[in-house]
Write a protein that binds this ligand. Sequence first.
Ligand code: NAD
Length: 285
Amino acid sequence: MGNGIAHVFAQKGFVVNLVDTQSHQLDKALTTIAANLDRQIAKGTLAEDEKKKVLASIIPFSDLAAGVQKAELVVEAATENTDLKLKIFRQLDELAPAGCILASNTSSISITRIASATRRPQSVIGLHFMNPVPVMKLVEIINGYATDKAVTRQLVELSVQLGKTPCVVNDYPGFIANRILMPMLNEAIYSLYEGVAGVQEIDTVMKLGMAHPMGPLQLADFIGLDVCHSILRVLQDGFGNPKYAPCPLLTNMVVAGRLGIKSGEGFYVYTPGNKDLVASKRFQQ
Ligand SMILES: NC(=O)c1ccc[n+]([C@@H]2O[C@H](COP(=O)([O-])OP(=O)(O)OC[C@H]3O[C@@H](n4cnc5c(N)ncnc54)[C@H](O)[C@@H]3O)[C@@H](O)[C@H]2O)c1
């Protein structure tokens, strides 16, 4: 997600300091951005000479302090883990300039909770981009309990400037996007777990029957099964309702390291250079 967010900001003329604690992830992000820019050039949506400019305005940092010391806006997109986000926001509060807005791309973790790790909760907000960021139009903007209305207005304007459509929502578990999406993905996984239908059948029913561009199992692989699992746990804990509990099959897959596209296998197998959707051997009937 971080590489996609850096890409859209840089393409609209912002200077982006891209921070990751793992330097190999920074290299991977820059390679991904270059490949995505090439795709835009091939489609005719980006001029050839823009690529260099966009890449030149993304500066990689492995040191958070150096990356944020002059920032006007920080968009945090680290791993979906509450303790990690709280730690990062405590650091950002120390390291970023006083007027800097601190936004999180979290899919589900409470913005109010994240804000409480700082001494500037009025400047903390959710800025939830969808995957893939350069393609998807929506930005879900999440007001924490104390978010200043002026900060929300600023991010609504910024989202429009980025070519996105902002939707402002309030801070309850899963916000809107994942409160509605994740139970559907979990139900698709339950249908597979209970043997109601196979991987291809479940995805085909939803693609052709509901005109979804991707089936729910393919979408779960695309999002990352670990991310889906942790969002469902946030919904379950946040509402205190067992209906959101992750399907045991999803839990097993995450424990086994079958995380979807990012690990090379989830409900489908992903082989470089092969675009065919092939169900994982585990689910072939
Ligand atoms: N995957 C999706 O489809 C999707 C969609 C919308 C929002 N999100 C949200 O975006 C965020 C990132 O998701 P992702 O799928 O890209 O996660 P990911 O786990 O694939 O990548 C997270 C990156 O954060 C880096 N990181 C970890 N700790 C860090 C730290 N302390 N400082 C800087 N970098 C650190 C990791 O090295 C890694 O490169 C999550 O909050 C997730 O919920 C994900």
